[in-house]
Design a protein around this ligand. Structure first.
Ligand code: Q46
Ligand code: ZN
Ligand code: ZN
Length: 307
């Protein structure tokens, strides 16, 4: 098979698009598609300061490399942020690999420790704090990234959610009827009382393509799996989507377009609750409750630590 651009021997074949590329032209294609998603959903404007959330995994690092490239021509700046979540060896390795990549690219970065905010994810597991670990971990990441983005005067917060991640959340919303959640689920979430605008530049990038991109660019990423990852239900949904994709290549893109063009606007109209948030009585960060979930977890851990 030959590269569709230069006709040299192809290294990558994308079945969903029936296109083949050599390494160099795959990289170009990948970066152009991210740029198009950014433009289509108006994710980044001139002069933006974008915090890039980097876990050390393939998607967040692919995102970092692409945004670093695009920042040179699209006139915005980036700041990479990694949170040490306090999960033993896994966190150590994640931070180490993220930092190696920051140095390789020469980008500005910050590494923050969850421990400095009051607890670690290992504490949540050890003290059996009520709630799913991944739910609490997700809350902690959103809380800290938003806080750091505000401290740094950032106008956008970018995460590495890819097309498969996005569709999995949409399907989960359909299955369980979480329509209020879906009313806020879109490639860009505008800023809102104390929350920095969030963007998902990889939203039109299939998961496997980020993997190929990281390999093509020689990016070192964390292969080890998180010790708390159960993934059962989210994996099942992804497998279901993948099954449909295998039978009919391109299904994921049509699911995506149907959602953003037709379904999301209807759900938004019917279920979006205006989005005014309260301020947490303890930390002042935005929340739906009197005291935010982050502060509640923090108090439970400190009560158990001193018990
Ligand atoms: S949420 Fe769950 Fe992840 Fe946190 S505890 Fe690990 S698997 S890192 S994306
Ligand atoms: Zn080529
Ligand atoms: Zn709080």
């Amino acid at each position: 098979m030959k590269c569709r651009v230069c006709k040299a021997k192809a290294n990558v074949y994308l079945r969903y698009a029936n296109m083949a590329f050599c390494k160099e032209h795959f990289i170009e294609f990948f970066e152009r598609r991210v740029r198009r998603a950014i433009e289509r959903f108006k994710m980044i404007e001139k002069g933006d300061k974008v915090v890039v959330a980097v876990s050390g995994g393939k998607d967040s690092l692919a995102l970092l490399y692409v945004l670093n490239e695009l920042s040179k021509t699209m006139d915005f700046e980036i700041l990479a942020v990694t949170i040490d979540l306090g999960m033993g060896e896994y966190s150590k390795l994640s931070v180490e690999i993220a930092e190696k990549n920051y140095k390789r690219l020469g980008v500005d970065y910050r590494i923050v420790e969850l421990e400095d905010y009051g607890f670690t994810i290992d504490d949540v597991a050890k003290y059996r704090i009520s709630g799913r670990i991944c739910g609490i971990c997700g809350t902690a990441k959103r809380y800290i990234l938003n806080k750091v983005a505000k401290e740094e005067g950032a106008s956008k917060l970018a995460t590495g959610h890819n097309l498969d991640d996005f569709l999995q959340v949409v399907l989960q919303g359909y299955l369980y009827g979480n329509l209020e959640d879906l009313a806020r689920y879109y490639p860009i979430t505008p800023s809102l009382s104390g929350l920095v605008a969030r963007i998902k530049p990889l939203v039109t990038t299939p998961e496997k393509d980020s993997l190929i991109y990281t390999i093509a660019k020689g990016i070192e990423y964390v292969v080890m799996e998180c010790p708390y990852s159960l993934r059962a239900s989210s994996r099942d949904l992804k497998n279901a989507i993948f099954y449909l994709e295998e039978r009919r290549p391109g299904t994921r893109f049509s699911m995506f377009n149907t959602y953003v063009k037709m379904i999301y606007p209807l759900i938004r109209e019917a279920y979006f609750k205006g989005g005014v948030l309260k301020k947490c009585k303890e930390c002042g960060e935005p929340t739906n409750a009197d005291v935010c979930l982050f502060c509640r977890v923090k108090s439970s851990v400190s009560a158990k630590r001193s018990a």
